[in-house]
Structures are given as C-alpha cells and as structure tokens.
Ligand binder design. Structure first.
Ligand code: ADP
Length: 430
C-alpha cells in the first residue's frame, strides 16, 4: 500500500516536472519560430514595398537576371498586361494572378502551381510620358521602346517566396528535432529529479508513519492496563478503596505515564513544526547547575547511588534555561534509570573552546555501540531485561537531541571507561 502511494506521488511529481518543462520549451520554440517567420516575411515585404514604391513612381523593366525572383507586371486601365513580352519566360499562370483595387498597397501571398508568390498591387502615378528606360535596359530585355508603359495604370510586384518558405520549413523541422531531443533529456532529468526530490519527502513521511504507529502502540499499553484494572474493580462492588489499593495505584501510575507520554509527544510535534522558540537569557553557570542538580542529590542518594557534581566554571552564558533544564532532567533521569545501587552518577560542567560542555556520566549498564546512534530516535528503546520496568517511552533523548540542535550544539554518547556511559553535550556560548 505504502509503495503504491509512493509510486503515485513520484509519478505525479515526475509528470508535473515533465509537463512544466515541455510547456516552457514549447512556448520558447513557438516564440523563436514565430520571430523567425515574422522576420523572414518582414524582409520579403520590405523588398516588395521598396520595389513597389519605385515602380509606382517610375514604371520600368527591372527584371534583370540577378533579380529573377521578382517580376513586375504592368496593367493599363482595363487590366490588360502591358509588358507581356518581357514576361514570356514566366509561366502563364503567374500572369493570371490578379490584383484587387480594394487591396492596393497590401502585401499578399498566393499559391501558383507549386510556387508560392508574395506580391503587392500598386497604382502607377508616374508621368509615364517623361519616362525613359535606363541605358542598356531596353537592349538587355530586347525591348524596342517603352511606349507600352505609358498607359500603365497599375503594377503588380510579385516575388517567388518558395525558397524562403522552404527555409522556414527547414527551421521548423530543426526546431522540432531540438524539441524532441530536449523532451527526451527532460524526460530523463525529470525522472532523476523526481526520485531525488521524493527521497526526503518519503523519509519524512515514513518517520511520521513510524511515529504514529509507535505512539499508538505506546498509548494502547497503559490504556489496556487501566481498562483491565477498572474492569476488575467493577467485579468487586462491595470492596473498600483500601482493599483494592493495588489496582488503583497501578492505574494511577499508568495515567501518569500517559500524561508524560502525551506531553513528550506534544513537545516533539511542536518542535517539528518550529512552534517552540528558543529564548536565551544570561545565567551564571554554577548557580544554574545547582538549581537543576540539587533536587537530584537527595533522590539519587535515596537509591543508594553516589552523586558527584563537578562544576569547573564560574562564567555566565546565554541559554534557554527552561530547555536546558529539560535536557539535563532527561539525561539525569536516564542515568538514574539505568544504574543500580552502588553506582555513581557524575555531572561535570566546564567551558572549553568557547563552548559550555556538560557531561553526565554513570557507571551503569552502558549502551552497546550499535545502539549509540539509535537511542536518539523517537520511541527507540534498547531491548534489555529490566528496561521495561524503567517506565520510559523512548522519547527523552529525541527531545534532548532537538533541544541541542536548537542551540546549535552537539551531543554524543561514549563508554565510561569503568563501565556505564558518558553523555557529552557541547553548547556554543557565542
Ligand atoms: P527512555 O529512557 O524513556 O526509554 P530515552 O530516549 O531517554 O527513552 O532513551 C532511549 C534508550 O537509550 C533507553 O531506552 C535506554 O535503552 C538507552 N539509554 C539512555 N540513557 C542511558 C544510560 N544512561 N545508560 C544506559 N542506557 C541508556
């Protein structure tokens, strides 16, 4: 089920990325193509308009060989072609292209057989009587005289734009090929990126899932105990509280456990959503430490354990006292939980390399190397005989790790040479 959900999410991410990239590339391709097409037509039209401007003022035969793509057709007022002789080398169908007086001066495209012609139809305003063809033109075009142009009323300038259109087409194909190639690249990149992007999401999702699973499990156990105890009480309605003190004590202890669990879970949930701000104030280290540690002195000694306090600094530092107090309580509770009568718990505080270093050392059961990293995971508890009775929920060190992270500090756990563990917390003070 989880796998299917993950696949679906990954696929959605992949498709979103792919489609976004493709849309961007397509728009880019379309813009480039439109610009290219537009500038090609603009160039052609500019040439045509220049030519049209000349012929409308001064009708002349300009169909020189170098300019074979462009033809100028002159018409008299009845629409009869005047320069038919000079146009013999062009196909008759070209000469059939007719201009409309309503479309004067407007460029247009027309398909003539296989060729595409672009043209402009203009009115000839010239005083054709005064016009003389340039020297050599008559000879080159085998024209005896230019009298035929004196009646010119309209002129059509036509250009064969088939090669230009082929150029546009070639460019379009090139662009399409580039798009397909980029599409393939994008396909591969999107796939890789979606996989990379999904990793932290999946990890967070899995953590969340595990957290909920473990939380439900942790809550169910005390609830079942309370339910059993209360149901047992219901079967003895005539007993006094004194008679049934054990189930009541057990239920209350489980309720206390549930209370602690929910408040720990709340702390972690709020820490996760950055809803808890760190408020640092200046504290004198020995004063702060004795405030936290003094209540433990009596408690630890009552369990026949030794409590040693080594505060080796008198400096003031900036700390979130509430959170550091919470951190120390977690470490001290653990030290007390996982030691036996006769063991020693030592708390050493020192300033080293611009950091406040706090070490909580015990001579207890110690932590196996394999578990040294995992004990900071939520709900992680070492599987050991006796661990169940300590009443922990596996959230303490996860909270400790968060508090240290919020202070930009570090925590590590090492073996105490004589047996037991050393938790070393380093908090930068600058
Ligand atoms: P809890 O103590 O409630 O189980 P923690 O997150 O505080 O949860 O600790 C996780 C686990 O790390 C404990 O279950 C225990 O196995 C181990 N641990 C923590 N502190 C010590 C210690 N001082 N000595 C030995 N084991 C410890």
């Amino acid at each position: 089920m989880d796998k299917i959900v993950n696949r679906k999410q990954q696929l959605r991410l992949f498709l979103t990325e792919l489609i976004s990239f493709m849309v961007i590339f397509s728009i880019l391709g379309l813009i480039i193509f439109a610009r290219f097409q537009q500038s090609t037509y603009a160039n052609i039209d500019k040439g045509l308009e220049q030519r049209a401007a000349i012929v409308s003022k001064k009708p002349m035969l300009m169909d020189r060989p170098s300019d074979f793509k462009t033809i100028t057709i002159y018409y008299d007022k009845n629409g009869k072609i005047l320069n038919r002789d000079s146009l013999q080398r062009f196909s008759a169908s070209i000469l059939k292209v007719k201009g409309q007086t309503k479309d004067l001066n407007k460029t247009f495209s027309k398909q003539v057989g296989k060729a595409t012609m672009r043209g402009v139809y203009v009115k000839v305003n010239a005083d054709t009587q005064r016009h003389r063809l340039p020297a050599g033109v008559e000879k080159r075009n085998n024209i005896k005289n230019n009298d035929f142009l004196k009646n010119a009323k309209y002129a059509m300038v036509l250009q064969n734009i088939t090669p230009d259109l082929q150029g546009i087409n070639r460019f379009k194909n090139l662009l399409l090929a580039a798009l397909i190639l980029f599409g393939l690249l994008v396909f591969i990149i999107s796939y890789i990126v979606s996989r990379i992007n999904m990793k932290p999401v999946l990890k967070a999702w899995q953590q969340q899932q595990d957290f909920v699973d473990s939380a439900a499990h942790e809550i169910r156990t005390p609830l079942t105990i309370i339910q059993n105890q209360l149901e047992g009480l219901m079967t003895k309605p005539n007993d006094t509280i004194k008679d049934q003190i054990d189930p009541i004590i057990m239920s209350l202890s489980e309720i206390r456990r549930l209370n602690g669990l929910t408040s720990d879970m709340l702390t972690l949930a709020r820490a996760n959503s950055n809803a808890i701000a760190i408020k640092k104030t200046s504290v004198v280290v020995p004063e702060f430490m004795s405030e936290v540690l003094d209540p433990y002195q009596e408690f630890v000694q009552s369990e026949d354990k030794q409590f040693v306090i080594k505060t080796e600094t008198t400096q003031s530092v900036m700390l979130d006292t509430k959170r550091i107090n919470q951190l120390l309580v977690i470490l001290l509770d653990n030290a007390a939980k996982y030691t036996m009568p006769g063991d020693t718990i030592t708390v050493r505080t020192v300033i080293e390399n611009n950091s406040l270093k706090i070490q909580v050392m015990d001579t207890g059961q110690g932590i196996s190397d394999a578990n040294k990293k995992r004990i900071f995971d939520r709900f992680y508890r070492e599987e050991r005989s006796g661990n169940k009775e300590t009443g922990g929920n596996g959230l303490g060190l996860a909270i400790a790790a968060w508090i240290i992270k919020a202070h930009n500090g570090r925590i590590k756990v090492t073996d105490n040479p004589g047996g037991g563990s050393i938790f070393t917390v380093v908090l930068p003070i600058k």
